[in-house]
Design a binder for this molecule. Structure first.
Ligand SMILES: Nc1ncnc2c1ncn2[C@@H]1O[C@H](COP(=O)(O)OP(=O)(O)O)[C@@H](O)[C@H]1O
Ligand SMILES: [Mg+2]
Length: 342
């Protein structure tokens, strides 16, 4: 059973194959898929395992979504996102969310220039392609809200003037599942703004041995100069256009809606998935179908994305929580109960 701590469905398949037999010729799309596939091998030069997290980030880039990474400290969340940025040749910034961080520290602020006697806007770290928002639940709601607003609107408004963020712009926010004291849990309405919530699990025994071996051989996580840029913004644009052409049949639409409706009726849940959540699930599954070399979405694509796309959009009833229910467990139960179209 896929417990909390892994997204096994995303780990399978993808060698990001070529085109499916019988599919329309799409040389540009095939090239983009191959270059996004090369990302995994490139990230693997620094990070052992965590393939599902890399795939989740690629899906989010294709969907213009943001991701929440949950895992205990020391499982290479920071290393992974830094390596991704290098392999994507994207501008990268990292913000450590602390209790005293102010909204302006994220978005930027007006600074008075004595020489010109005018206020000038100094861009905050949010003006980047890939922002690592580390330990987002350690900062008070006001600063969280500033980030979430920038994520949603893809712009920053200061003193009435709107400033556009670069494209692509993706936030990878991390949170530690364990430390609840002195932290500010993100409100549900704001969690909904993340396309995917990915678990970053502890490594297996073999993987951990591989990590130690690398370090023994002199691997320095601060030096990523051996990581090459294998994907360009152009590949990403071509990929997005190809994902938009992925066909979705009426039976798949019905399946997504049946899953969403089942979450609203589940006795274990206080709050089910909104139509926005259902849309997010479908979009992510479409990107995944394209990465898997298909021009159409299957029910299996939907199943593969249900946990990462929905686990942060549902709320357990306190009684269910006391009985040991988890969001992943409830969603697994729903997947077993909802009839799969064929
Ligand atoms: N899967 C892994 N592959 C390679 N190095 C790892 C892995 N897990 C942990 N490490 C090592 O542990 C360090 C801690 O990683 P870091 O990215 O700071 O973790 P986190 O952000 O999750 O707290 C890394 O820099 C690396 O040296
Ligand atoms: Mg870190």
């Amino acid at each position: 059973m896929p417990g909390p701590g892994s997204d096994p469905a995303l780990q399978q398949t993808i060698a990001y194959p070529g085109r499916a037999p019988g599919a329309e010729p799409d040389p540009a799309g095939d090239g983009a898929r191959a270059s996004l596939g090369a990302l995994r091998a490139e990230v693997a030069k620094a990070v052992v395992g965590q393939d599902a997290v890399v795939t989740g980030l690629v899906i989010a880039l294709l969907c213009r979504g943001h991701v929440l990474l949950e895992g205990v400290p020391g499982v290479a969340k920071t290393l992974l996102v830094r390596t991704m940025a290098a392999a994507l040749s994207m501008d990268f910034k990292r913000v450590q969310f602390t209790p005293d961080l102010m909204p302006g520290d994220v978005t930027g602020s007006l600074v008075y220039d004595a020489k010109t006697a005018e206020f000038e806007f100094h861009e905050g770290p949010v003006f980047t392609n890939l922002l690592l928002a580390d330990e987002i639940n350690r900062t008070p709601p006001k600063t969280q809200a500033a980030l979430l607003e920038a994520m949603e609107e893809r712009q920053v408004s200061v003193e009435g003037a709107a400033r556009k963020l670069p494209d692509p712009f993706i936030v990878a926010a991390t949170q530690n599942p364990i430390e609840y004291e002195g932290t500010y849990q993100l409100p549900e309405a704001q969690l909904d703004r993340f396309l995917l919530k990915l678990s970053v699990p502890l490594p297996s025994r073999e993987q951990e041995i591989a990590v130690l071996e690398r370090h023994a051989l002199g691997f320095d996580p601060r030096d990523l100069s051996h990581v090459k840029a294998v994907t360009s913004a152009e590949d990403l644009a071509v990929g997005r256009a190809a994902v938009a052409r992925v066909h979705v049949g009426p039976e798949v639409l019905g399946y997504v809606v049946d899953i969403a409706r089942a979450t609203r009726q589940s006795p274990s849940l206080r709050m089910g998935v909104s139509p926005r959540g259902a849309t997010a699930l479908l979009g992510a599954a479409r990107a995944w179908a394209w990465l898997s070399g298909r021009g159409y979405v299957t029910p299996d694509d939907i199943k593969a994305l249900v946990l990462p796309a929905l686990r942060h959009r549902i709320q357990l009833r306190p009684e269910a929580e006391l009985e040991g229910a988890t969001p992943d467990g409830v969603l697994d139960g729903i997947l077993t109960a909802v009839p799969v179209p064929r």
